[in-house]
Design a protein. Sequence first.
Length: 621
Amino acid sequence: MASSTKDVEAPPTLDAPLLGSAAPRSRLRVAAVSLSVMAFLLVAIAAAVLYYNPGGVASNLMRLRENDYPWTNDMLRWQRTGFHFQPEKNFQADPNAAMFYKGWYHFFYQYNPTGVAWDYTISWGHAVSKDLLHWNYLPMALRPDHWYDRKGVWSGYSTLLPDGRIVVLYTGGTKELVQVQNLAVPVNLSDPLLLEWKKSHVNPILVPPPGIEDHDFRDPFPVWYNESDSRWHVVIGSKDPEHYGIVLIYTTKDFVNFTLLPNILHSTKQPVGMLECVDLFPVATTDSRANQALDMTTMRPGPGLKYVLKASMDDERHDYYALGSFDLDSFTFTPDDETIDVGVGLRYDWGKFYASKTFYDQEKHRRVLWGYVGEVDSKRDDALKGWASLQNIPRTILFDTKTKSNLILWPVEEVESLRTINKNFNSIPLYPGSTYQLDVGEATQLDIVAEFEVDEKAIEATAEADVTYNCSTSGGAANRGVLGPFGLLVLANQELSEQTATYFYVSRGIDGNLRTHFCQDELRSSKAGAITKRVVGSTVPVLHGETWALRILVDHSIVESFAQRGRAVATSRVYPTEAIYSSARVFLFNNATDAIVTAKTVNVWHMNSTYNHVFPGLVAP
Ligand SMILES: *[C@@H]1O[C@H](CO)[C@@H](O)[C@H](O)[C@H]1NC(C)=O
Ligand SMILES: *[C@@H]1O[C@H](CO)[C@@H](O)[C@H](O)[C@H]1NC(C)=O
Ligand SMILES: *[C@@H]1O[C@H](CO)[C@@H](O)[C@H](O)[C@H]1NC(C)=O
Ligand SMILES: *[C@@H]1O[C@H](CO)[C@@H](O)[C@H](O)[C@H]1NC(C)=O
Ligand SMILES: *[C@@H]1O[C@H](CO)[C@@H](O)[C@H](O)[C@H]1NC(C)=O
Ligand SMILES: *[C@@H]1O[C@H](CO)[C@@H](O)[C@H](O)[C@H]1NC(C)=O
């Protein structure tokens, strides 16, 4: 990244600082734009208030004041998670990848040691774990202390080289906010904790090449190693003057002396803008190998392999991926289908999720994905909490050999070791318009796995239904259709006036084909204002003979949901005011008008906390 906290999903009451991604010469213009944006937002808020509450000036002012929700300390404390990674305080953002080294998983991440928002003190936080879940915080690995990273140690990548060395390449923001690439290495490779890091004396190792803007050059990533000539290929995301996303390629033998290749790895066919946090890796497509991930660095393209190109789209702040082929001779990626290229097609997550990176875990032969999940409440509320942003539960990535059209993302198996008390429910009929409370006690840290069946007769009796349905414009769980919505309500209060709905909505075309939408509805997730609440989701393939399957990880203010065993994922941040502590409940629901839905099996586990803490004997920020 992620050089700024600008976020198109931010609530309108925020003063989203348009920092960082603007070069100095354009800052005045940006300031003017942000002023006019704020003026526009104020007018829009006023208009919205009038629209919903046309009761005169006095009550309008009251409405505005209600946005400053009177949070109590207990409510805010409850929002801190039990088993997600978060530093003890302050702001975190992009995962800067991870590695398994001498018995420890190392995790590096964008961290502001001094505040709850992004600013120029952005640094690299560091933590270690034996299982990707229980973390020990370590001292920060890198902080801005040289002219070439004066305005921040931004994102990059930590790479374990095949010869046992470790390099970190990262983007630094200079005093003038020029984006340059820098090299850092551990001081002592015998230290399993890699506590000390030194920056190369030849930094910066790369400055923006001719034709690339000073602020469009970031997130370096050593992607491939040529064993014949000992040369690394390092890719860096950018955009061209016409606003098309491009990926530059450099080769290097020593991470000091680089050669820019004349070709580029990929150029988008749509003007989708700057590509951040670019990632490229292979997935196995044949059934015999599909359950194992592959190391990109020394891999040669061949039969039974597909490649994934992923980029974080700076303009709209979502992580897109494309499936395609990779040609080593030209060092180019070509999507299988240009209409679903990176930036326009498939997403890792349809909710709140950004700046993700994967790493290859050589210990367990898997590829693991991490992304950061920002806040959607106000900066004021983050300041009250004293922290901002989460990392998702690490997800393994595999190719879907059944659909052959998407990846499968699934929480790492270690998360199942946190499961404690289990309640199991079977064959629960859900009549149209009904809810069913799952009696599981306090429902704030859960792992839920559920399978649903829709009455065949109802499907057959439906000639055509909701062919134009779309999660984001649908109105959510309160919008009833013939064959949906049905699913779960989590972080719900007893009266259901507060709840987050994760559901399926089945539509049927004139040709008789069913199309399933997987949505997460945040609209009633909190009674507090100044929070962005949306309905997120997408369509998800449900193959013949399959049930409708959901898995939901609930952890206080985060809900991570997986449809059809990982074909589609949606993550939400939610801030309930009543559905907290022992008042948090979980329900099944069916709001279809015509179909009986059966919850075939529902397993609910309570999840233990991970009690992360500073590594014994050390001091962490
Ligand atoms: C390097 O780390 C190892 C293992 O922690 C330690 O024994 C050794 O003293 C360290 N070397 C230096 C020079 O600090
Ligand atoms: C790898 O190195 C060999 C030997 O120099 C060279 O022939 C080949 O083109 C290189 N491959 C790539 C993809 O750069
Ligand atoms: C950098 O690499 C180029 C091309 O491989 C080579 O000609 C040059 O001598 C190298 N410079 C240094 C300082 O190593
Ligand atoms: C749903 O609506 C959103 C917002 O208008 C749009 O961006 C998205 O492409 C639509 N999705 C589908 C599947 O039509
Ligand atoms: C079902 O739809 C009705 C009508 O829109 C709505 O009042 C109710 O809240 C919905 N149920 C759920 C669980 O969202
Ligand atoms: C929860 O985890 C802690 C250690 O992290 C462990 O001591 C405790 O036994 C676990 N509780 C349950 C119920 O498994």
